[in-house]
Design a protein around this ligand. Structure first.
Ligand SMILES: *[C@@H]1O[C@H](CO)[C@@H](O)[C@H](O)[C@H]1NC(C)=O
Ligand SMILES: *[C@@H]1O[C@H](CO)[C@@H](O)[C@H](O)[C@H]1NC(C)=O
Ligand SMILES: *[C@@H]1O[C@H](CO)[C@@H](O)[C@H](O)[C@H]1NC(C)=O
Ligand SMILES: *[C@@H]1O[C@H](CO)[C@@H](O)[C@H](O)[C@H]1NC(C)=O
Ligand SMILES: *[C@@H]1O[C@H](CO)[C@@H](O)[C@H](O)[C@H]1NC(C)=O
Ligand SMILES: *[C@@H]1O[C@H](CO)[C@@H](O)[C@H](O)[C@H]1NC(C)=O
Ligand SMILES: *[C@@H]1O[C@H](CO)[C@@H](O)[C@H](O)[C@H]1NC(C)=O
Length: 579
């Protein structure tokens, strides 16, 4: 056995030791009524109570917010809070609901990037084209190497260009610079575009800004290191306009808002204040962001954002060839990353029973008085919208109060479901064969193979323990055989024949070696007669599991926490025995 597997195994990295638990650990759940009424209901109640406590703090008496949680198919839960105090002359809505409108600020970048992906998929542009192909005004007379800056780098916050075009210059603030230790600068030395008017947000147009941008210095070389840039997305909006022949705003409307029926999402200030969330001292509601629209101009509601999140959750890996939209493009910290233009957190500290990493794909937005964040949890098939009008400091409190209990409750519900649908003892449909396999589901160890007999041979004693040793797991160390879903089906049309792969998981014994953190992924190590040795296929309709390389189908005798398992009887509870 050893000599047989050795040449194969030496070709694959020996990496299984002490790395994180396999992820994903379960197929994307379809959150159904049963969860809303049952397993998740008490969590939603507890979160509602926590949110009321947060909102009751005096410092938030002028703060309103809307929170909505959606699955891939439907809204699961909402929480809306109306500020206690309103502006008497211009109150806006005093009854916040899922139609209430907020400025969503930089979440607009997600829409700009989606437009870019559409145009890339249509062949109208390539993500890897330099920006100067579309905006020739950005040419070699500039200190910024525009011809080396691709659309992909711009959307990934990796372009190295400055943060702003004509925003955020302290010299435009009405204050005495010497009072904070800055020198006075003469008007003619301001280095600002002539069009600049601090009173008018949209004061400059592209004709004026492009030559000004050309005079700016880069922050980093292209692709070197990430740093947040608004002007990157303003330029991408200009690219979309030039490529499609529409205005940026019209293109967003035609390609995204209209087809998805996001009827309250606009770049123009809503005509009436009926749904407008207007915090007491807001001054930004009526601001037309002009050329800044592609980086932060949108108004939207939590109901519209849920529509959008459902679309993303079901399409993120099918928008353009070669693009999985949720993947990171650069790191911003140990566990946080920029995507395109996502802001991603991957944490191993959230689950109570394992260190399996959980990924939050987010985008935040902020303009004066309006703060927002969308959070996608792709492993759970969940999308959360959080829109705030008022105090910014409430955002992180709400984010923590909602996502942590939510993910923990979702995790519990998932394993209860998997226990019902997958766990149990399965025996060969052909009764003359002594073949069987047993699965158990738990939050700590996922969907685990507890025993596996094939034609009278204990596979744990042969193939699996040999492979565990060859993978570098020392004799005597604990390991388990865990299934990880591929999210593919043998029959994609009926979504039947759910394909999983069995993996050897080295159970941690933390000796603190630095390189223990170094993990590579290889779930397809060996095949047998052309079929993957570790492929496990669940045919739920027939209650049958298929071990592909072993050429055997086994029927389920009992399910759920070992209940109904009776190894001796051979009488299937669910299975039409075939021989
Ligand atoms: C570069 O573009 C600027 C406008 O942004 C233009 O004034 C200048 O003539 C161009 N230079 C070259 C070499 O094309
Ligand atoms: C930009 O503004 C200037 C000054 O108002 C004007 O002359 C020019 O036509 C504008 N360009 C565009 C493209 O709107
Ligand atoms: C590609 O660009 C052309 C015009 O430049 C436009 O008519 C067409 O609609 C674009 N394709 C898509 C899918 O947007
Ligand atoms: C209330 O709204 C009015 C009109 O928009 C504005 O002028 C005023 O400054 C606001 N009050 C406060 C306290 O911000
Ligand atoms: C069942 O297994 C026995 C023993 O391996 C074999 O002889 C027989 O052909 C199998 N029957 C079917 C229907 O596959
Ligand atoms: C089961 O094993 C026996 C030898 O012990 C072998 O003759 C037979 O072909 C095997 N059957 C299957 C279906 O693998
Ligand atoms: C099936 O095989 C296993 C493992 O070799 C053995 O322990 C068990 O007794 C066998 N069962 C039957 C009914 O032969």
């Amino acid at each position: 056995m050893l000599s047989l597997l050795l040449p194969l195994v030496l070709c694959v990295p020996l990496v299984l030791c002490k790395c994180s638990d396999p992820s994903p650990a379960f197929p994307v759940p379809s959150w159904i009524q049963q969860h809303k009424d049952g397993s998740l209901a008490s969590t939603f109640q507890a979160i509602d109570a926590a949110l009321q406590t947060i909102a009751s703090d005096d410092q938030y008496s002028t703060t309103s917010f809307s929170i909505q949680l959606t699955s891939e198919t439907e809204t699961l839960w909402s929480h809306h809070h109306t500020a206690l105090k309103h502006n008497a002359t211009r109150p806006g809505t005093t009854h916040i609901n899922d139609q209430s409108l907020y400025r969503i600020a930089s979440i607009t970048k997600v829409f700009t990037t989606l437009g870019l992906l559409y145009q890339h998929a249509a062949g109208n542009l390539s993500l890897d084209d330099p920006i100067s192909d579309y905006i020739p005004e950005l040419n070699s007379s500039s200190a910024i190497p525009w011809k080396d800056i691709t659309l992909r780098l711009l959307a990934s916050q990796l372009s190295g260009i400055p943060r702003e075009g004509n925003w955020a210059d302290l010299a435009t603030n009405p204050f005495d610079p010497t009072s904070v230790g800055l020198p006075l600068v003469k008007k003619e030395d301001l280095n600002l575009p002539a069009c600049f008017d601090p009173e008018i947000f949209e004061s400059c147009n592209w004709t004026q800004i492009l030559p000004y941008l050309s005079k700016k210095q880069p922050v980093f070389a292209p692709g070197q290191k990430s740093t947040y840039s608004n002007v990157a997305f303003e330029l991408l909006g200009l690219v979309l306009a030039r490529v499609t022949g529409l205005s940026y705003e019209d293109y967003m409307h035609e390609s995204i808002f209209k087809p998805l029926k996001m009827e309250s999402t606009t770049f123009t200030t809503p005509e009436s204040d009926e749904h407008a969330v207007l915090p007491v001292d807001q001054f930004f509601w009526d601001v037309d962001e002009g050329i800044h629209n592609p980086t932060g101009g949108l108004y939207s509601s939590s109901a519209d954002m849920s529509i959008f999140l459902r679309y993303i959750l079901t399409h993120y890996n099918a928008l353009a060839t070669g693009v999985n939209w949720f993947m990171p493009t650069s790191w911003t910290g140990l566990r946080s990353f920029y995507g395109m233009p996502w802001e991603i957190l991957r944490t191993d500290r959230i689950l109570e029973h394992s260190n399996r990493p959980v990924t939050f794909v987010t985008k935040g937005g902020a303009v004066p008085s309006y703060f927002s964040r969308v959070t996608l949890m792709p492993e759970y098939g969940l999308g959360l919208t959080l829109l705030i009008g008022g105090e910014s400091s409430i955002l992180e409190k709400i984010q923590e109060a909602v996502t942590i209990p939510l993910v923990r409750a979702a995790e519990e519900a998932v394993w209860q479901d998997i226990d019902t649908t997958h766990s149990g003892f399965y025996t060969a449909l052909n009764h003359s064969l002594n073949s069987s396999i047993a699965f158990a589901a738990s939050p700590a160890t996922g969907l685990e193979v507890k025993s596996f007999i094939s034609n009278g041979t204990d596979i744990f004693a042969t193939l699996l323990s040999t492979y565990a040793r060859l993978s570098g797991i020392p004799e005597g160390d604990k390991w388990r055989a865990q299934l990880s879903p591929t999210l593919l089906f043998k029959d994609e049309g009926r979504r039947e024949g759910e394909i999983w792969r069995m993996q050897i998981v080295h159970e941690r014994n933390d000796d603190g070696a630095i390189w223990d953190d170094f993990c590579l992924v290889d779930v397809d190590p060996v095949s047998y007669a052309g079929l993957p040795l570790n492929e496990v296929v669940f045919w739920h309709g027939e209650q049958v599991v298929e071990l592909s390389a072993f050429r055997v189908k086994m029927g389920r005798l009992g399910g759920g926490s070992g209940e109904g398992i009776d190894e001796g009887s051979g009488e299937g509870l669910f299975v039409q025995q075939s021989s």
